[in-house]
Structures are given as C-alpha cells and as structure tokens.
Design a protein around this ligand. Structure first.
Ligand code: NAD
Ligand code: WQD
Length: 335
C-alpha cells in the first residue's frame, strides 16, 4: 500500500516506517521536525535499503498535505505527529489542542476530500481513568487527567463519530502503554530533547554521565517494592503491532480500539536493576516524593489484540533495556 506516516521522523514513527517498508509498503513521511531530526529518516533509509519519500511539513498545512497525499495516491495514513509531554500540556494547553486535535482534524478533512479512508491513530493508555484498578481492558472507564490525555481522547471520540457517520472509514486507535527500547541495530531510537520526563531516557542519561543520579518518584506505593509499576513495551513490538492493525483494517471497517501493551508490569526499581545488568554499571538513585498525577500501577489487558489481530508483544524488559543502552552508546551526541 501507499502509506503516509505523519511524525515518521520521531521515535515510534521511525520504527513503524521501517517495519512498513520492510513489509513492502511505499512510505511517505511527513514531519515538521519539531521534535526530531532528518537523520532518523536517513537511518531508516539505510536500514531499509531504500529511502522513503520525506516532506518537512506541518500536518496543519492543509494545502501542502493535500498536494502530498494526492501526488503519492496515498491509501492509508498512520498518524504519529503530535506533542506528547504531559507536564508541558498543562502549561501549554493551546499548543496541545492545536497540534493534536486540530492537526488530526485537518488531516482527516483532507483524507475525506481525497477519498482516503484508512487511518491508524497513536493513542495512549493515558486515556484510562483512575476510577478502575488495572489491568485496563479497552472497555475500562476512560478519564484522562491532563490536556495531553484529553487531546488523545478527543481525537478518539472524533474518529468514533466519523465512523458512525460514514461506514466506509477503517480506523484503529492504538493505545500504547509505555514505549521503550530501540531498533537492535542501534541506528534509530528515542532522542529526547531537553531533560527527559520519562523513566527510561532519564536512566540512560545517568548511565551516560549526563545526570548524576535517578530521582525515584515515590517508594510508598502499594506495589511490591513501593515504586510505580508500568507496562513497558518494546518499540519493535509496537512497530509490528501497527502492521498487524493495518492488515486487520483490510477486513474490518469502522472504529476499532486496541491496547498495545504486554500485560506485565515492572516497577521503577526492576527497570533500574535490569539496566544495571545489561550495562554492567551501577545506577545511583535517590527517592523523592511521588510525582503529582502519577498512579501506582498501570498495565494492559492485552488479549484483544491477540484474539483479533493475532498480534502480541514478544520482547522482554531485558531486551528493551539492552537495545536502549546499545542505542545510547552508539549515539553519544544523539542526533
Ligand atoms: P516523537 O515526538 O518522537 O514523534 C512525534 C513526531 O511528530 C516528531 O518527529 C515531531 O517532529 C512530529 N510532529 C509534531 N507535531 C507535528 C506537526 N504539527 N506536524 C508534523 N509533524 C509534527 O513522539 P513519539 O514518542 O514517537 O510519539 C508518537 C505518537 O505516539 C505521539 O502521537 C504520541 O502522543 C503517541 N504516544 C507516545 C507515547 C510515548 O511514551 N512515547 C505513548 C503513547 C502515545
Ligand atoms: C514511569 C514510572 C514514574 C521518571 C508517561 C505519560 C503517558 C505515556 C508514557 C504518552 C512512574 C517513575 C519516572 C523519573 C521516576 N506517554 N519515574 N523517575 O508517567 O507512566 O507515562 O509516558 O502517551 O501518557 O504519562 O511514564 O516513564 O514518566 O514514568 O521514578 O525520572 O517511572 O513515577 O512510576 P508514565 P514515565
């Protein structure tokens, strides 16, 4: 198929673009490079053996998107472009609603105009509410608690309504849990701009000497070792999950939602220990109070994707840490 990948220079989008190219799809990457670099597109080309088409364009530039989609006769859009920092979304809500909600809306309007009806959306486990205990199945109560989470949920709602209005749409909203790891080659991976908010990139910052110690946010949660538990999923598993979802959409119209997680939770200290094992280095840490807005545990019921799309996450926490460490070592200056 001829597929547009918005945000395809970014962390998850670059891995998915590569996976699609390796599955013989024609890939067109559209990214404004606000949180990424063209180097990742070059690396994807190196790994695939041929280059994807690339446009440094904002998804809200309707004229340009229309031109690109028609020129390439796009048949499906995988939509990763957006802003993703929870804390920043609280201080910059307009930027988040503009990029994430308005950006998606503009994209869908162009798609409708051109008759493109297949869409895969990067949603997030952050849409689940705190009124239920994990594990979260897709039908669990929703209740995001910050503008970023609201923006994801708003787009899901928009997609659901669109599919009701016109049954020819084929849409999958994929709710990622905690993406981690990198391509095993060490050529593409996560390159955080500024001080990372997420656990894994921060631990890598400690391992590479950029930060003195990890700050563990809370050791008084009702979890086995008192630290927060999350469902980390290897970005390569996420990538194969998108190809599975695209295959699924060839047989299933309408709005479909899937968790992409492993179904297993690991604590902050288990992540630290695993990084210590794979790197052979100690990781100093200090325990601070809980981070506002954090929950004790979050992990998926991952059965629906397995039953419906025959997809499940295969890679271990060890492989996530190993591949992330390999990427960090090979790219000391990032890119
Ligand atoms: P990322 O920042 O690495 O990738 C997003 C890409 O989109 C970047 O390359 C950025 O330059 C581009 N972009 C942003 N706004 C754009 C715009 N208006 N027009 C064109 N390009 C634009 O982030 P990621 O971790 O790869 O996340 C990809 C998607 O997955 C995002 O939608 C994110 O919300 C979602 N998601 C991420 C996580 C996570 O923890 N990484 C978890 C759940 C969901
Ligand atoms: C994991 C655990 C922290 C950093 C976020 C978003 C979510 C999704 C994924 C996009 C928690 C602890 C962290 C640190 C720590 N993104 N921690 N020290 O908060 O589960 O999810 O990223 O959709 O929407 O909210 O991930 O990696 O920030 O935290 O102790 O320096 O690590 O308290 O228990 P989180 P995280």
């Amino acid at each position: 198929m001829r597929i547009a990948v918005t945000g395809g220079a970014g962390y998850i989008g670059s891995h998915v673009a590569l996976e699609l190219m390796q599955a013989e799809h024609d890939v067109v990457i559209v990214d404004n490079l606000s949180n990424s670099s063209e180097v990742s597109v070059q690396r994807v080309a190196d790994l695939a053996g041929h280059a994807p088409a690339f446009y440094q364009t904002d998804i809200r530039d309707v004229q340009e998107i229309r031109r690109i989609f028609s020129y390439h006769s796009i048949e499906a859009v995988l939509h990763f472009a957006g802003l993703k920092a929870v804390g920043e979304s609280v201080s910059e809500p307009l930027a988040y609603y503009d990029n994430n909600v308005n950006g998606s809306l503009q994209l869908l309007q162009v798609m409708r105009e051109l008759g493109i009806r297949q869409f895969i959306f990067s949603s997030s486990a952050t849409v689940y509410g705190q009124q239920e205990q994990p594990p979260f199945a897709e039908h669990a109560a929703l209740g995001p608690t910050n503008p970023y989470g609201h923006s994801k949920r708003m787009v899901e709602q928009l997609l659901e309504d669109l599919c009701v209005s016109d049954p020819s749409w084929r849409v999958a909203a994929l709710r990622y849990f905690n993406p981690a790891g990198a391509h095993p080659s060490g050529l593409i991976g996560e390159v955080p701009r500024g001080v990372p908010n997420n656990l894994m990139p921060y631990v890598l910052g400690v391992l590479t000497g950029r930060y003195e110690q990890l700050r563990v946010f809370g050791q008084d949660y009702p979890t086995p070792d008192g630290t927060g538990v999350r469902d980390y999923i290897h970005v390569m598993d996420l990538a194969s999950g998108h190809v599975a979802a695209l295959d699924y959409l060839q047989q299933h119209a309408g709005f479909n939602v899937f968790n992409l997680g492993t179904g297993c939770g690991y604590s902050v200290l288990q992540v630290v220990e695993t990084f210590e094992q794979v790197s052979g280095h100690g990781i100093p840490y200090t325990v601070l109070p809980r981070r506002p807005g954090d929950v004790a545990e979050s992990f998926a019921v991952a059965d629906k994707a397995w039953k419906s799309m025959s997809w499940r996450a295969e890679r271990t926490l060890q492989s996530m840490c190993q591949d992330a460490w390999n990427f960090a070592q090979r790219n000391p200056e990032a890119y």
